[in-house]
Write a protein that binds this ligand. Structure first.
Ligand code: AMP
Length: 309
């Protein structure tokens, strides 16, 4: 049997305490690498690099990997795991960070194990862009590198971030981040600004309004799946990234048509993430559920031109 394409994620591994208008959870599995890995592993095995304290429930994370989450790149350090807590407003689109306790994450220096260095697909979760660059120096020759970032780095580490952009293929961010990065409120102009600085594609996530893939001269929209209930938006973006990258790694096809399919898998994973707290929804679903939701997306945007005027 052929060895599957390696899919590597480097990012935060957290314990999240989240309050929404519908309830609260304490110290649940969270962090960018966790959402990415749990969602992505429904489609393809995922290799994780991150750091935790001795208090982290690693067994639980391992158990959640449907096609395998390889945790050989997770360092267990002396000290507390990274803890994040947030509270959402009534419409779930505004979030206040209540507390960020970095713990062992403060001294995180990613070391990519030898066994992961040939990964063909690499996702650099939201960490210091200097560390993201450092990861790229350790991997051999990936086919596709995607990265995320956040306003904190856009403001504080702009030079390193611009250097990173020259070395990645895909920037995957939300609308406020691409606006802040480019200094342009207009999403498409902002995405084109990014395309001029290195990446071949930009994926802009717009929460309940879906996501956009911008390539030079081409744009593709995927709607957010219209759920009856949204419970907790935390991690939707990282789950989107997990679905997007795992679909590409599984198919090994970087054509424009396949990138569009990957967008739909990303959207499907984002929609599952928000149906429960933490990664709980991914425990309940199988590949068949993912496929069904992907098919439902097709119906959402399909229309028949034959009946044109
Ligand atoms: P998102 O909803 O996409 O913003 O991602 C939420 C996840 O990001 C949560 O699970 C948090 O644990 C994690 N997180 C929050 N703040 C940070 C940070 N400063 N660095 C890395 N990860 C973070």
């Amino acid at each position: 049997m052929e060895t599957p394409m390696g899919l590597l994620v480097v990012g935060s591994i957290a314990l999240d305490s989240v309050e929404t208008p519908f309830g609260r959870t304490e110290e649940a599995l969270g962090g960018s690498a966790v959402f990415f890995a749990v969602a992505g592993s429904l489609l393809h095995p995922v290799q994780v690099v991150g750091v935790v304290g001795r208090d982290y429930p690693m067994g639980e994370l391992q158990r959640l990997g449907q096609r395998g989450i390889d945790l050989r790149g997770v360092t267990v350090a002396d000290g507390e795991s990274f803890r994040w807590s947030g509270k959402y407003g009534f419409d779930l689109s505004t979030r206040d960070t209540l507390e960020t306790r970095l713990g062992v994450f403060a001294n995180f220096r990613p070391v990519i194990p030898e066994a992961f260095r040939d990964a063909e697909f690499v996702f650099l979760g939201n960490i210091d862009p200097e560390l993201q660059l450092d990861v790229l120096r350790q991997v051999h020759r990936p086919k596709l590198v995607a990265c995320d970032t956040m306003n904190y780095w856009i403001q504080g580490k702009r030079t390193a971030l611009l250097r990173l952009l020259q070395e990645v293929d895909v920037l995957l961010v939300n609308d406020s981040e691409v606006r802040e990065l480019s200094g342009d409120w207009h999403i498409h102009r902002a995405a084109r600004w990014v395309l001029e600085r290195g990446p071949k594609f930009v994926v802009v996530k717009k929460g309940e309004h879906g996501a956009v893939l911008v390539e030079p001269g081409r744009t593709f929209y995927v709607p957010a799946y219209p759920l009856d209930d949204v419970f907790d938006p935390t991690g939707a973006g990282d789950s989107f990234a997990g679905g997007f990258m795992a679909y590409l790694a599984h198919t090994g096809d970087l054509s424009s048509a396949n990138l569009r399919r990957a967008m739909v898998y990303g959207s499907a994973m984002g929609s599952f993430a928000v149906e429960r707290f933490s990664v709980a929804r991914f425990e309940e679903i199988t590949l068949a559920d993912v496929r069904a939701r992907v098919r439902a997306h097709k119906d959402l945007v399909h229309f028949d031109l034959d009946a044109d005027l």
